[in-house]
Design a protein around this ligand. Structure first.
Ligand SMILES: Nc1ncnc2c1ncn2[C@@H]1O[C@H](COP(=O)(O)OP(=O)(O)OP(=O)(O)O)[C@@H](O)[C@H]1O
Ligand SMILES: [Mg+2]
Length: 134
């Protein structure tokens, strides 16, 4: 079964949207098979976001992503990676469709509530990064 790495960002926790976001994942018919709350540090963020680490906005991302706890999850189901990307919505808040998590709840490009792996290969790398061998 395909699986993906999902992470509820600090704004989801601060804005008390965790329950509503998890409901959307369950409503879609996907299964949450692992979940934990923890804090990120700059080192792991540089790995996880290596593709944007040289962007001018990266220090802001580090500040935001270390500002409070996140909730990491493994989500499983047919085409779980793409299904979750669809539920999450586009990166830029203005491009995120109404009905998606970011479309309905996010109003900046940085604080966009939730991360989802972008490929099956990256999903496995990220699951290993955050959950170890599972
Ligand atoms: N132009 C931007 N301005 C501010 N923040 C940005 C911008 N582009 C990306 N980001 C931040 O960097 C994160 C990672 O960017 P990426 O291109 O991987 O988008 P994504 O795959 O939609 O998001 P994520 O990896 O968090 O699921 C985004 O979620 C967002 O928080
Ligand atoms: Mg990404």
């Amino acid at each position: 079964m395909e699986r993906t790495y999902i992470m509820l960002k600090p704004d989801s926790v601060k804005r008390r949207l965790v329950g509503r976001i998890i409901s959307r994942i369950e409503d879609k018919g996907l299964n949450i098979t692992a979940m934990k709350m923890f804090k990120l540090d700059e080192k792991i963020l540089k790995e996880h976001y290596s593709h944007i680490a040289d962007q001018p906005f990266f220090p802001e991302i580090v500040k935001f992503m270390t500002s409070g706890p996140v909730i990491g999850m493994i989500v499983e189901g047919p085409s779980a990676v793409q299904q979750m990307r669809n539920i999450i919505g586009a990166t830029r808040c203005l491009d995120a469709d109404a009905g998606s998590i970011r479309g309905d709840f996010a109003f900046t490009n940085g604080e966009n509530l939730i991360h989802g792996s972008d490929t099956v290969e990256n999903a496995e790398i990220e699951i290993k990064r955050f959950f170890g061998k599972i």
